[in-house]
Design a protein around this ligand. Structure first.
Ligand code: XIL
Length: 325
């Protein structure tokens, strides 16, 4: 707990970044930074930023020799100007890939493109982006490697290669494997654990695991299972972060769904914040007005702030959990 006074006019007390001993980040769309209430809220509450989309392959590297760094540069400059850390997302993923990558039919051409993509992107932000999701969602819920252009053309070795390439481009960056529905215990979490254990055993430059934590409050993993999973990952010598947290309430049959949401946020975080190796939490958006959830799962209210920037019960639950870190 810190004794830093809240900036004037916040109206709801000590900000998240001031109560927490761990990093508190949030995913951002750079064009929203021009909106003053959004920028002010970020600066007040969070100690880290992630690009929600701006560093994904299709956005930042849309043509084979075409790069669009503008929005990501803007985000990085905004963050570093306010002493916030940037977590890079994401280098290798089967989604949001530009069409030209699909057209690379030979393993050699895809391997070369992957090398240039990672080398250029990580190299550009060397020393400025502190950590990266190197490989995202490479395992299925059945616990096997996900079918993707990378697996088909390069075999599972693309995962190790990607970590090596990222490390070569910025030896100081912390490198993460990131996935969803691998938070508690179960088949997928076991497969993610087995994958990262193999990478560690093989001496590869992997430093951590990101648990996305896109939760449904009606079916959230048991906090004890999350704690056990974090503990076994940390026992490999890895850092663990919650990388994309949001909590849906649409299916929650409760008298007070916002209170149910608070409980899930608070109890899940409380299970993690004091675990050795746990480095922080990042939320997948700021307010309920801008969340990917509406398009993916239907209308919901998954984040910490409502559409008019007021903190929800979830905000206070998160703050209580972080204050005990
Ligand atoms: C989502 C973004 O939030 C959306 O705006 C976009 O249309 C699709 O991707 N797992 C991830 C994130 O690793 O990159 C995804 O982000 C959400 C699920």
């Amino acid at each position: 707990m810190s004794d830093v006074a809240p900036p004037e006019g916040t109206g709801h007390g000590v900000p998240l970044r001031s109560v927490a001993a761990v990093a508190v980040g949030v995913a951002v769309e750079p064009h929203l930074l021009a909106f003053r209430p959004y920028a002010d809220l970020l600066e007040r509450e969070f100690s880290g930023l992630t690009a929600e989309n701006a560093m994904k392959w299709s956005q930042i590297h849309p043509g084979e020799s075409e790069w669009r760094f503008g929005p990501a540069d803007h985000l990085v400059e905004f963050a570093l100007g306010r002493s916030m850390r940037v977590h890079g997302h994401t280098l290798v993923w089967h989604q949001q890939l530009p069409r030209w990558v699909d057209g690379l039919k030979s393993p050699a051409s895809l391997a070369a493109a992957l090398g240039r993509h990672i080398g250029t992107l990580v190299g550009r932000y060397r020393g400025r982006v502190a950590s990266w999701d190197v490989v995202n969602e490479a395992v299925t819920d059945r616990g096997v490697f996900r079918d993707s252009i990378f697996l088909r053309r390069l075999g599972p070795g693309y995962i190790a290669d990607a970590f090596g390439l990222a490390h070569g481009a910025d030896p100081a960056a912390r490198l993460y494997y990131n996935d969803f529905e691998a938070e508690g215990l179960g088949r997928k979490a076991d497969a993610v654990y087995a994958l990262v254990r193999r990478l560690v055993d093989d001496g590869l430059p992997i430093h951590g695991v990101g648990l996305q934590m896109h939760l449904d409050a009606a079916a959230a993993p048991a906090p004890d299972d999350v704690a056990a999973n974090v503990a076994r990952l940390a026992a490999l010598g890895l850092e663990v972060r919650i990388s994309e947290m949001d909590v849906r309430i649409r299916r929650l049959r409760a008298r007070d769904p916002l209170e149910g949401q608070r409980a899930v946020y608070q109890e899940t975080l409380a299970a993690c914040v004091n675990a050795p190796g746990f480095t922080g939490v990042s939320f997948w958006g700021v307010t309920d007005a801008h969340s990917w959830i509406h398009r993916r799962f239907g209308r919901d209210a998954p984040l910490l702030f409502d559409a008019v920037y007021a903190p929800k019960p979830a905000y206070f639950g998160v703050r209580d959990a972080l204050a005990s870190s």
